[in-house]
Design a protein around this ligand. Structure first.
Ligand SMILES: [Mn+2]
Length: 329
């Protein structure tokens, strides 16, 4: 990631000019968005400014270990913020109801690594080649001479681990490992972070994963594999953490798959289906999600289909991917 002198000066001015910052990120927060927000908040407080992290949803149990996570709010602390920092969001609407806290003229710093980013900020630092918002922040902090500490290192490391699928996705580059090597110098415990995020399941969570995987299906070519989670299954096991990655990583281990999909009936009265897609790299699943109104990255994306049955959702998505795959060797 290269930051031009102009961008650097703009960001410096942005941080210097304002006093009360609002930091936010996408709904359903996960490691990258939480880690980036916490690290940035720490940096802002270190220069003597005020800042609140406000998210539309609470974090899930597996991220409770992140330092400072308890201070994340779902409501604002003050009436009016001078400036907003939006992290890990392709579009401003991704911050959910926090959007209501943004004054029409509030200056926005947009830092993101989604290829579908809409450049909604007054300053836009967008690079889809970087693994995660956390990796971007590490590089930006370095450019701006913002000092790291152990607290920030833990947060940034956790974000990089989540967005790279523990360094196994195609967004894992030499630069990613360089950044991680710098973070590890803060004597942070990689096993502790991994254990908290991925080895923190309740008995019922693992039962749910097991039930979901017992419905594993694949298409005739074996290049598409998927599972679904019905509302009944959710009600039975009541998961407290996001099992999407756990399930999709299990499907990924299947030989020969190009695209893995999780279909999940959402709770609520409407018949909505959440679709999470992962690709090994040949198929751009961001394009697929965008076709249906969602988005994400080339190798990991998601979309919510509204007013549709599970069967119909599966049919539509699988057929679409099958067509795409038939053109790819
Ligand atoms: Mn991210």
């Amino acid at each position: 990631m290269k930051i031009s002198r102009l961008e650097k000066n703009k960001i410096k001015d942005f941080l210097r000019k304002h006093r009360n910052f609002l930091i936010s990120a996408h709904t359903s927060p996960e490691g990258d968005s939480l880690g980036a927000q916490l690290a940035f908040a720490r940096a802002i407080r270190a220069i003597g400014k005020n800042c609140d992290i406000v998210n539309s949803d609470r974090h899930l149990r597996e991220y409770a270990f992140l330092p400072g996570v308890k201070d994340i709010r779902t409501r604002p602390r003050i009436k009016k913020y001078d400036a907003a920092i939006i992290l890990d969001c392709s579009d401003i609407s991704r911050i959910g109801n926090v959007v209501n806290l943004l004054d029409k003229n509030i200056p926005i710093l947009n830092i993101d690594h989604h290829i579908s980013n809409t450049y909604f900020g007054d300053i836009n630092l967008v690079d889809a080649k970087v693994s995660s918002a956390c990796e971007m922040l590490f590089l930006m902090f370095k450019e701006l001479n913002i000092k790291l500490d152990r607290f920030m290192a833990i947060c940034l490391y956790a974000g990089i681990v989540t967005d790279t699928g523990s360094f196994r996705y195609t967004n894992t580059r030499a630069s990613t490992h360089f950044v991680v090597s710098q973070l590890l110098k803060w004597r942070i415990s990689a096993p502790m972070i991994f254990r908290n995020i991925y080895e923190n399941l309740n008995f019922s969570d693992l039962k749910l994963i097991n039930s979901a995987l017992s419905n594993l299906r694949k298409d005739a070519t074996g290049r598409i594999a998927w599972v679904n989670i019905t509302r009944n299954l959710i009600n039975k096991y009541k998961p407290q953490i996001d099992l999407t990655d756990n399930i999709l990583n299990s499907i990924r281990s299947l030989k020969g798959t190009e695209v893995c999909i999780l279909f999940r009936e959402k709770s609520g009265t409407e018949k909505n289906i959440r679709v999470n897609l992962r690709s090994r790299g040949k198929v751009d699943v961001n394009e697929i999600a965008q076709h249906f109104g969602g988005g994400g990255h080339a190798t990991a994306s998601g979309v919510t289909l509204r007013n549709i049955s599970l069967d119909e959702a599966e049919k539509r998505i699988i057929n679409f991917i099958r067509k795409k795959l038939s053109k790819i060797k």
